[in-house]
Design a protein around this ligand. Structure first.
Ligand SMILES: Cc1ncc(COP(=O)(O)O)c(C=O)c1O
Length: 360
C-alpha cells in the first residue's frame, strides 16, 4: 500500500498560552488567512472500501506520493463550514449535514468514496472541539473548518486513485471574508473567462473549479474590484455566481437567484436564505437572470459560508457601472442577515432550530 500522507512533519510550534480557554491570538484583528491550530483529522480508505475510522493528529504538513491522483489529475473536493461561539457559551455548526451531502454528490462525480454523513459530522465536531481554544470569542469571528477529500494513492494512467484521504483542518477567521463587508462588494462581470460549463463539474466543490478562476479574479482585483461575477458559457447572457459565493437580486420585493442547473454550486447559505426569505414572506424565484436584469435590480447581494450575506455595492459590465444603495437598514439582505443571526443565536425557535448542531 502506498505510503501516502504517512508522516506528519509539523515543524510548527505553538507558544500561545491559554487564557480563559482561549489561545492568545489578537481576537480583534483576525484575518482571513491560515493560522496553524493544534489538531487536524485524518481518515483513509482504499478505492473499493468504505471509510472506517479516522483520528485526530497534530496539525502539520502531510507527505504525499508525487503520483497522487490529486496532484496529477486534480481528484479532490473541499468543503467549508464555520463553528461559532455564542454569547450563551454554546458552540454551534450551521447545517453540517448539507456539506456532508454535497461532498457525497461531489465524490460521486469525481469517482471517489466518501465518508457517510454521520462520519463527516462526527469528524467536523471532533476537529472543532480539539481546537476549541482557537474558536474566536462571540462576535469576533468563527472557526473555519475545511474538510478535504483527496485521491492520495499513486496513479499514472487516467483512472481513479487507489487510495483516498479525508482530511480536516481548521483556522480562526474574521466574520466576513471580504474586508468591504457591509459597505458592499464591487463586482466585475466577466465576459471572457467562464467558471463552469454544461456537463462539467461546476455543481460540485471540486478543487479543479478554483484554479481556473484565479486569473480573472486576480485581473479584477488588480483593477480594484472585490470579485468576479461569471456568466453562463453558452450564451454569455445570464449571470451564474461569484468566485466563492452565490448571487441574488431583488426587484419590486421579489427575490431571484440563478437556478442551479449543473454549472452553479448549490450553496448551503443560498438554500438557507431561500427558505428564510420565503418564511418571512418574500416571493423567491430560482431561474435564469440576464445581466440586464441585474443592472436594473433594486438590490443585489451575495451569500456563502465565508461571506454569510453581503450586499453588492456596484456591478461593472463592459463599459457600464451600476451602483446599488447599501446603507438601507431595511434592505432585503439586512433582513435576511438579521434573521440568520437570530437563528444562529438561538433566538428563533421553530423548524430552524434543527439547523444548528451543538458541539460542546
Ligand atoms: C463557487 C461557490 N459558490 C457558492 C459558494 C457558497 O456556498 P456555501 O453557502 O455552501 O458556502 C461557494 C462556497 O462554498 C463557492 O465556492
Amino acid at each position: 500500500m502506498a505510503q501516502i500522507l504517512s508522516s506528519i512533519s509539523s515543524g510548527i510550534s505553538h507558544t500561545n498560552s491559554v487564557e480563559n480557554g482561549y489561545t492568545d491570538l489578537d481576537w480583534d484583528n483576525i484575518g482571513y488567512g491560515v493560522t496553524p491550530t493544534d489538531y487536524m483529522y485524518m481518515m483513509k480508505c482504499s478505492k473499493d472500501e468504505e471509510f472506517i475510522d479516522g483520528q485526530l493528529i497534530p496539525y502539520g504538513n502531510v507527505e504525499l506520493s508525487p503520483a497522487a491522483g490529486v496532484l496529477n489529475y486534480g481528484q479532490g473536493l473541499f468543503e467549508g463550514i464555520k463553528a461559532r461561539r455564542r454569547e450563551d457559551g454554546r458552540i454551534v455548526l450551521f447545517r453540517p449535514d448539507e456539506n456532508a451531502l454535497r461532498m457525497k454528490v461531489g465524490a460521486e462525480r469525481m469517482c471517489m468514496p466518501s465518508p457517510s454523513v454521520d462520519q463527516f459530522i462526527d469528524a467536523v465536531k471532533k476537529s472543532a472541539l480539539a481546537n476549541k481554544r482557537w474558536i474566536p470569542p462571540p462576535g469576533k469571528g468563527s472557526l473555519y473548518i475545511r474538510p478535504l477529500l483527496l485521491g492520495t494513492g499513486p496513479i499514472l494512467g487516467m483512472s481513479p486513485a487507489p487510495e483516498y484521504t479525508f482530511l480536516i483542518y481548521v483556522t480562526p477567521v474574521r466574520n466576513c471574508y471580504f474586508k468591504e463587508g457591509s459597505t458592499g462588494l464591487h463586482l466585475y462581470v466577466e465576459d471572457q473567462f467562464h467558471r463552469a460549463f454544461r456537463g462539467g463539474a461546476g455543481y460540485v466543490k471540486s478543487i479543479t473549479n478554483y484554479a481556473p478562476v484565479l486569473k480573472p479574479l486576480t485581473n479584477a482585483k488588480d483593477r480594484g474590484f472585490s470579485d468576479v461575477l461569471y456568466l453562463d458559457s453558452v450564451s454569455g447572457k445570464y449571470i451564474e455566481e461569484v468566485s466563492s459565493c452565490n448571487i441574488f437580486i431583488v426587484k419590486d420585493k421579489t427575490i431571484s437567484t440563478p437556478a442551479t442547473n449543473g454549472t452553479i454550486l448549490p450553496g448551503v447559505t443560498r438554500k438557507s436564505m431561500i427558505e428564510i426569505a420565503r418564511d418571512i414572506g418574500f416571493k423567491v424565484e430560482e431561474r435564469q437572470i440576464s445581466v440586464e436584469e441585474l443592472l436594473e435590480a433594486d438590490e443585489a447581494f451575495c451569500t456563502g459560508t465565508a461571506v454569510v450575506v453581503v450586499p453588492v455595492g456596484s456591478v461593472t459590465y463592459q463599459a457600464q457601472r451600476v451602483e446599488y444603495k447599501t446603507t438601507n437598514i431595511n434592505s432585503v439582505s439586512e433582513r435576511l442577515l438579521s434573521t440568520y443571526d437570530a437563528i444562529l443565536n438561538g433566538q428563533l425557535g421553530g423548524k430552524n432550530t434543527g439547523w444548528l448542531v451543538e458541539i460542546n
